[in-house]
Every structure is written in C-alpha cells, then in structure tokens.
Design a protein around this ligand. Structure first.
Ligand SMILES: [Zn+2]
Length: 595
C-alpha cells in the first residue's frame, strides 16, 4: 500500500523572514519538501496521544521517528463539574519535558483553544525550535507568546494550503479542510512507515462562508497513493447524516434580525469566525451598529479582519458606552457567554449584574451555540432568567441559529472512503464515541484488527507493514488555578469536595503548663449553626470537651509529641461527629504550646 518514492534530497530551503516588531519573528516559509520520505522497512514510528482520547479537549499528539519528536497541536481543556475552582486543564507533558532534546517542532491544525491553548505552558518548560500553523492560529498564538514574554522560545511559521514542509526526518502536507474556525487544516504526515492522515477537526462544508473549499482532491490523491493510517475526529459520531453548512444559519439569523423590534443581543463562541463574519454581514444589511463584548472575541475579530477572514467597514463597530446613544432598533450587542459562564457578560445581564446593559422586554436574545456537555444547566439558568425579563430568547438545537463544526456519521464515512487507510485510529472523542467511530471504520473496509482504540499516553508502534500498541508514557491532567500551573493535585480537589458537601470544623487550642487551656476555639462552617440550637444539641460544647479531655488524658500518659496528640484528637472528634451529626467534615486542628 505504501508507495512513497525513495528520494530524500530534493528539499530546498526557502526562508523569508518578516520582522513584525523587535521581538517576534514570523517566517513565512520554512524548509520546503516534496513530501518524499524514504520508506524504511521495519523502521518504527511511534504515534502517541497525550490528550484528546476518551475526552473532548486538550488535543496533543507526538509523532516519534528516528529519535526525533514532532508535536501535533498543544491544547487545553475546560474543567468538568468535578473540579471546583479549576480554570483550565492541561495534559501532563512530562514525557516531552524528559525528551526535550528530541523535540524538533510543532504543527498546528487550527486555532481553537483545545488545539493551541497548551502551547504557552509547553514553552515555559522547553523550547520548540519551530511551530507551523495556519495564519490565523499563528496570529492568535503570537498574541499569547507576547503576553507571556515567550517570543524567544520558538519561531512561528505561517503554513499555506498544499504546502509540504520538513521537520527533522518527517514531512507534513497542509490540506485545507472546513471547520467552525477559519483557516483550518488536515495533515498528511510523511513518515518512514508511510503516510498518516490526521483529519484535524473537520466537517464537509461544500458551501463554505469564506469560499475556502475542502481540498478533497489532495486527500483522495494521498488515499490513492496509499495511506497507512487515518487519525480522525469522532466528536459527532452519535449523529446520523451530515452537519449542515455554516451558510444555513444565515437565513434564520437574518429572519430574527428583521423581526427584532428592539436591541439584539447575540452570543456565540469567540472562536466562531464564520458565524461572527455572518452576523457582521447581516448587521450591515439591516443597518445596525455592533458593540462587541469580550476580549477574546474582539481579538479574534481584529486578527481575522487583518488576515481577510472577515470583512467589515470601520464604522460598523461602536463602543459599549455608546449603545444608549442610538435607538434600540439600531443596536446589536455581540457577546461571549454562550456557555452560561458565571462571569460572562450575558450571564451578568441575565441576573441584573451588568453595569451598562439591563435587559428589557423588547430585546431579542440569540444564543447561536449549543451547550458543551456539562454546561446545559448553566445555559438553561441564563435562558430562564432572560425569559423572565420578558425578552424574546432564541436558543436550542431546533432554532436553526447554530450548526456544529464537526462531521456527522456520513461525513466520517466519506473521509474513510477517500483516504482508504490500512489502520484506523478514532480520536477527539469520549470512549463510547471512539468505539462507535471504530465500527464505522470497519463498515468502511478497515480490518477490525486494524482499528485502535487508544487512551492518552498509549504508544502505537507503526512500521510500513504492522501496527501494535506497545507500552505507555506518562499521561494525565494538570489542573490550573488562576495563573499557576500544577498547583492543584487530587488531594486539593478532594478537600474542596469535602468542604462543599460536608463543611469544615476548625479547632484551636493551647497547652500551657502541661495542660490544655479550658476554652479551645471551635468554629464550624457549613456544618452546624454557630449558636447552639435544639437541632444540633450541644455539639459545639461536646466538641470542646472532647478536645480538652483527649489532650489532657494523653498528657497524663506522658505523650508529649504534638503531632501524636493531634492524631488522637482527630480520632476522638471524628467519632463524636459521626455519633452526633452523622457527617464527615474537613477537620482543621491547631494545637499550640505555650511555655
Ligand atoms: Zn476545533
């Protein structure tokens, strides 16, 4: 199947450097290649996911060949309900840190946070000689690197459709695909074991808003030449049929815009370039001005406009402060908050906490997104609150104001038919989705033994004629709180859960002259009321007695070690709490010694 020709020396170096400012260097072209990587019989190529398997988010892959590593995407994930206080989740990259000297480069498929949001944390730990990406992703990443003062840790290169470039002993071809963000690519990875196709995130949108069509031909040609393995997006594998074109949303939005008697407040994902482009088009058509709320959305609109992915005249955007100076029927407020995030502008508007905007009955609110699993409750709460204010709220799957950016079953089948891989690796999905996608692979002609269901950290060893799972590398999650990385471990999360569900009992007391002072300070949070009442009986009084008695008994037994005494107090208190309250609060015990 693998028919790559033997030809390793035809790469020509094209380096055109544009200095955009003192710090950042964006190279427009890297080391060009014709894509011919010599097939080396028996040579092992390792394919390792560090994120994105059995989950949606933090997509990060390693391709390891001839003692060199190239990373594909470096993503983050958003925390689940079970991670209170966590802001973002990153993959464990200790395998990359251990092998930092082997890292030759990173290739980005597109600019979504679950594909680029983990790159800055990587660059804080190791240099990456070169990062290729679509122009838009590189534009977004450049902003992040400037902010983190990491511009000297790598060289950014803007890749073009159908460009083939070499990184170490591997070569990569960028294939234009269609997705919810503009400038998105699938990859053909040329390795000594043969060609691997990595779908990236994709759908088949045959009428793309920006006229950038899916380059089906290049993928089909790779399929005809021979593709050893396909790695493919499983996100919508539970949905039959096709995902409608992004263009289908335009008509419904236009209708709502025409019918809106007052202001329009519309929310979508900040990264939904095509959607925002359409919304801005309609605003021009119906002669409304737009105020954008949300830094991420404004940054994306600015960079997208610079790169030509969005077109709008200067006068279209206005400041939020000027919204009240124009008639309501001339206003659109475009905001983040489509997921019901507690601090987002839309949520604050819904709950009367926004400084400038208060929702009125004549307002039309359009939620041009669907909730990511886990956010359904939060979004419903916002919709309820907005509806209670009498506003007209357009939301939900059947409203026609949102389409997904990912392929449904028929599109996944189509990709398998085009690429015709020998081995198939379903990716970008929770476990059940990978299983379903694997079955689709078999339906489309892949030998069931050649479908690999992998977890993060699994190592797939590929040669020109075999593939097998062989071992694992460290993989897990790093939870990030505010701007710190890795400060939260499982124990902290467990403590937060305990605090939330069981409360806290805090004891402070002093030992003086070989005796516990008569009045220990006892405080309970979320456990019992501070004032004793009939429901809780004498719990706080009993707790004080228990603490004192336990300390004094142990002192009498000549136990002097404070830590040992603390453990005894903890054990006795636990018994008392269980007997009187039937609970297991977090216990905080401080015993001081006064000489
Ligand atoms: Zn994406």
């Amino acid at each position: 199947m693998t028919t790559n020709k033997t030809n390793g020396n035809t790469e020509k170096k094209v380096r055109k450097i544009i200095r955009r400012d003192d710090k950042t260097v964006v190279v427009t072209s890297g080391e060009e290649s014709n894509g011919h990587v010599t097939i080396m019989p028996g040579e092992k190529v390792k394919v390792i996911p560090l994120g994105g398997m059995c989950e949606i988010g933090k997509n990060t892959w390693i391709i390891e060949s001839q003692n060199e590593m190239v990373i594909i995407d470096g993503g983050l994930a958003f925390p689940s309900d079970g991670m209170p206080g966590v802001e973002i989740v990153l993959p464990d990259i200790s395998y990359l840190v251990q092998n930092r000297n082997k890292i030759k480069g990173l290739v980005i498929t597109h600019g979504h946070e679950d594909h680029i949001g983990g790159i800055v944390p990587m660059l804080k730990q190791f240099d990456i000689p070169i990062i290729y990406g679509p122009s838009l992703a590189i534009g977004l990443l450049e902003e992040k690197l400037k902010e983190a003062q990491l511009t000297d840790k790598t060289t950014l290169i803007k890749g073009r459709p159908r460009q083939t470039f070499k990184i170490g002993s591997l070569a990569f071809t960028y294939v234009r695909n269609t997705h919810s963000i503009a400038d998105s690519f699938s990859l053909i990875i040329h390795t000594p074991a043969g060609k691997i196709v990595h779908s990236g995130d994709f759908k088949f949108d045959f009428t793309p808003v920006d006229g950038e069509f899916f380059d089906v031909y290049t993928l089909a040609k790779a399929g005809e030449d021979g593709v050893i393995m396909l790695i493919s997006d499983s996100t919508n594998v539970e949905r039959e049929g096709y995902t409608p074109s992004e263009r289908s949303v335009y008509k419904r939005l236009e209708e709502e815009f025409h019918n809106a008697p007052g202001r329009i407040v519309i929310t979508t994902f900040a990264s939904q370039v095509h959607r925002i482009r359409q919304i801005l088009d309609i605003c021009q058509k119906v002669e409304r001005k737009v105020a954008i709320i949300g830094r991420s959305m404004l940054t994306l609109a600015t960079i997208s406009r610079e790169l030509g992915h969005m077109k709008f005249p200067d006068g279209l955007l206005i400041n939020l402060d000027d919204v009240n100076k124009l008639p309501d029927e001339k206003i659109v407020i475009l905001t983040t908050g489509s997921q019901g995030e507690p601090l987002s502008a839309l949520t604050r508007m819904a709950f009367d906490e926004h400084r400038q905007i208060s929702i009125q009955p004549k307002d039309t609110i359009i939620i041009s997104a669907t909730p990511i699993p886990g956010n359904e409750r939060a979004v419903s709460n916002v919709v309820n609150a907005l509806s209670a204010k009498g506003a007209h709220v357009v939301y939900g799957r059947d409203a026609g104001v949102h389409v997904s950016g990912h392929a449904c079953k028929e599109e996944q089948r189509m990709l398998l038919n085009i690429v015709k891989p020998k081995y198939f690796l379903p990716a970008h999905g929770e476990y059940r989705m990978l299983v379903l996608h694997g079955k689709i692979g078999v339906e489309c002609g892949v030998d069931p033994n050649n479908v690999f269901l992998m977890e993060n950290g699994d190592v797939l060893e590929l040669t020109n004629e075999s593939a097998k799972l062989n071992g694992q590398v460290p993989a897990g999650i790093i939870m990030v709180d505010s701007t710190r990385i890795g400060d939260i471990d499982e124990q902290i999360i467990e403590q937060r859960h305990k605090l939330a569900s069981e409360g806290l009992l805090s004891i402070m007391t002093t030992i003086q002259n070989g005796e516990a002072l008569p009045e220990p300070t006892v405080e309970a949070k979320g456990l019992v009321l501070a004032q004793e009442d009939t429901t809780h009986g004498q719990f706080l009084t009993d707790a004080k007695k228990t603490v004192m008695n336990t300390i004094n008994e142990n002192l009498k037994k000549n136990i002097k070690d404070i830590e040992q005494i603390k453990e005894k107090v903890k054990a006795e208190l636990t018994k008392l709490i269980h007997k009187e309250l039937k609970r297991e609060p977090l216990l905080q015990i401080v015993i001081l010694e006064s000489k």
